[in-house]
Design a protein around this ligand. Structure first.
Ligand code: DP6
Length: 381
């Protein structure tokens, strides 16, 4: 995809009119609040430069987000390209990941080495709660970089162009992050149903039934232990998985079914796909050459109880899982009060320390007011 390889995005400092101009443009900062997302049809398996083996569809979350302040300064060559602190503490491991991400971005943003970057980041969800943070973290970084491009080159002025590029860039940091730059529901990956789709960036779905626009996602934290196998390693293991090809085809076949369910408000079809996708993801982990299990005994206990409750009440209450042990319980907003009561009585006891995140379909990333001087209070808040 040549569209975003742009050797012209180089700053010619000599063309800046006055010394004041030059000074002003040497320093700056942007700040974005960007959400995590939950895939209903899962991206699991990749190739080339962060390209998915199959298309995926996700809902953007609202309560689970990362907020990142990115400050940039004209590079002196003396400092590291990126420093990164999380909750006020320097995080060298994550800085190294961002540096690798920036390395992959040189053809897209040739100006990247003109600056050094300090990033300050916080998550709304508790550290170690097992919520995938790479989607929210990498999309926040991508959005800040697109703002720097817009400021220095006058490009990406219209929102469509801005978010499409942000999605392209976020994908290079973490595949699922490509879907986090939009609110509501998002689709990523080529599919024969719609020739306008691409593997290079995600797009927002527009035809969504109101009951899915306001869907609830109650995240039941069964274990906050660090994952034993990263998602990146999991994607890698799909290369030798005997079920891989059948799985990729299954995901492709499900796309039109899920799109139609989301459009018409067909909760039965939605729930069947959501639950089967979650269990298939974990079955693929268990059946890979190096087998591993990320579910916790309490994950299974909760799944059983959700299914029992559904049988008893006929309510549309379903589950999904990410690459971890926590359960995402999905249901229409109209039955929220009843479902909360059910959770208090029957599920809370299976959550570690009673931890639950009350989430729902979200509005997408929001640019925050950037203030270079306030990052110290920001990281403490
Ligand atoms: C199970 O996006 O975390 O959450 O591209 O290696 O960063 P990388 O992987 P990542 O994988 C997400 C996998 C998933 C399913 C999904 O979000 O579609």
């Amino acid at each position: 995809m040549k569209k975003y390889i742009n050797p012209n995005l180089l700053i010619d400092w000599n063309l800046k009119e006055t010394e004041t101009d030059r000074k002003r443009e040497r320093n700056g900062g942007y700040r974005w609040k960007s959400p995590s997302n939950l895939a209903i049809i899962k991206y699991w398996g990749k190739h080339g430069n962060q390209l998915p083996r199959n298309p995926s569809i996700s809902m953007t979350l609202q309560a689970a987000f990362t907020e990142t302040q990115m400050n940039y300064y004209l590079a002196t060559g003396k400092n590291q390209l990126v420093t990164f602190s999380y909750n006020g503490k320097e995080n060298k491991a994550f800085a190294a990941r961002i540096i690798r991400f920036f390395d992959s971005l040189r053809p897209v943003f040739p100006f990247i080495d003109d600056f050094e970057y300090d990033m300050y980041s916080t998550n709304s969800f508790p550290h170690g709660s097992g919520i995938a943070s790479s989607a929210s973290a990498m999309s926040a970084v991508a959005l800040c970089l697109c703002d720097i491009e817009r400021e220095h080159f006058g490009t990406l002025q219209d929102d469509e162009a801005f978010y499409e590029k942000a999605s392209y860039v976020a994908r290079l940091g973490s595949g699922s992050a490509a879907r986090s730059v939009y609110g509501g529901w998002t689709e990523w990956g080529t599919h024969e149903c719609d020739p306008s789709l691409t593997d290079y960036w995600a797009t927002q779905l527009t035809e969504i039934h109101p009951s899915f626009q306001h869907m609830k996602d109650m995240i039941l934290i069964t274990s906050s232990a660090e994952k034993s196998v990263s998602s990146s390693a999991g994607h890698q293991l799909m290369e030798g998985n005997v079920y891989a090809d059948v799985r990729y085809q299954q995901a492709k076949d499900r796309i039109p079914l899920l799109l139609s369910a989301l459009k018409t408000g067909d909760w039965g079809t939605f729930g069947k796909i959501a639950e089967n996708e979650a269990l298939t993801l974990h079955a693929l982990m268990m059946s890979s050459e190096e087998s591993y299990i990320l579910m916790h005994p309490n994950s299974l206990a909760i799944i059983e109880i959700i299914r029992e409750y559904r049988r008893e009440t006929g309510h549309h209450v379903y589950f999904s899982l990410d690459a971890g042990p926590n359960i995402h319980m999905l249901y229409p907003a109209a039955i929220d009060i009843e479902v909360r009561k059910f959770v208090d009585e029957r599920l809370e006891q299976y959550c570690q320390g009673g931890q639950i995140i009350y989430d729902q379909v979200g509005i997408g990333p929001e640019r925050q007011e950037s203030d270079l001087g306030i990052y110290s209070s920001f990281v403490q808040s």
